[in-house]
Design a protein around this ligand. Structure first.
Ligand code: NAP
Length: 215
């Protein structure tokens, strides 16, 4: 059984934990307040789930999801994630995260910030543009008519193939936006950010996206 480590167990982290368990993975979940605060979620998830520190979740995961408020990304442990695939769900909300100048001037993207923090990890941006509740309601088997698509971006083709397989298991088609630096095409306020879209519709949304400075 493969293990998914989760750093962050809020709206998105808890939902991804549910999907992972439902699809035969073990999960190790973590938050900022300590494993004991996750006892109700662990009880709900069952015997293949446990709570841990972020370091332990990072170490335990064959694949690890970072799903904390963006302002906290520098707290993500670096050493235990070396060489691993790390899924980044994060978005930039200045009212929550404070102003981040390199995102304000669009000289980088949220997932590139995490990649710079985790230089030897293989960061793949995913799950950033779907509401948490829909993660467990919108998935459908491969080949379903009008199956929902989700966008990924990343610099490592092998890591992207693994995440594409995971998305398929979770019930979603994948649209590859390209390298991490193209992740802005699915950032807050772009056409594909939020609504339910098929893969074909998402491809059009990515092409129609405008930089904040151009919109
Ligand atoms: N909500 C959505 O529908 C949605 C959809 C797509 C993407 N996103 C993005 O995904 C990210 C997570 O969103 P969310 O809604 O799941 O947030 P959330 O409900 O506020 O949960 C955040 C989680 O991160 C944990 N955390 C905070 N600082 C941490 C640290 N230093 N180390 C370990 N864990 C830490 C929190 O733990 P404590 O509670 O113990 O502090 C909590 O479990 C954000 O960037 C958000 O923009 C959200």
């Amino acid at each position: 059984m493969k293990t998914i480590g989760l750093i962050g167990a809020g709206h998105i982290g808890s939902q991804l934990a549910r999907l992972a368990i439902a699809n035969g993975y073990a999960v190790v979940i973590s938050n900022s307040r300590g494993p004991e605060t996750l006892a109700p979620l662990v009880a709900e998830l069952g015997p293949h789930a446990r709570a841990a520190t972020p370091e332990d979740a990072a170490r335990a995961g064959d694949l690890v999801v970072v799903t904390v408020p963006l302002k906290s990304y520098r707290a993500v442990p670096v050493a235990p994630l070396a060489g691993k695939i790390v899924i980044d769900t994060n978005n930039y909300y200045p009212e929550r995260d404070g102003q981040i100048p390199e995102l304000d001037n669009e000289s980088t993207t949220t997932a590139e910030l995490l990649q710079a923090h985790l230089p030897t990890s293989k960061v793949v941006k995913a799950f950033n543009h779907i509401q948490a509740a829909q993660l467990t309601t919108d998935g459908q088997p491969a080949g379903s008519t009008n199956r929902r698509g989700l966008v990924i971006a990343g610099d490592d083709p092998g890591a992207k193939a693994t995440v594409t397989h995971l998305l398929d298991q979770f019930g979603f088609d994948t649209v590859d936006a390209g390298p991490l630096k193209e992740g802005w095409r699915i950032q807050r306020d772009t056409p594909g950010y939020g609504p339910r879209r098929t893969a074909e519709e998402l491809r059009n949304d990515l092409a129609a996206a405008r930089r904040y400075r151009d919109s």
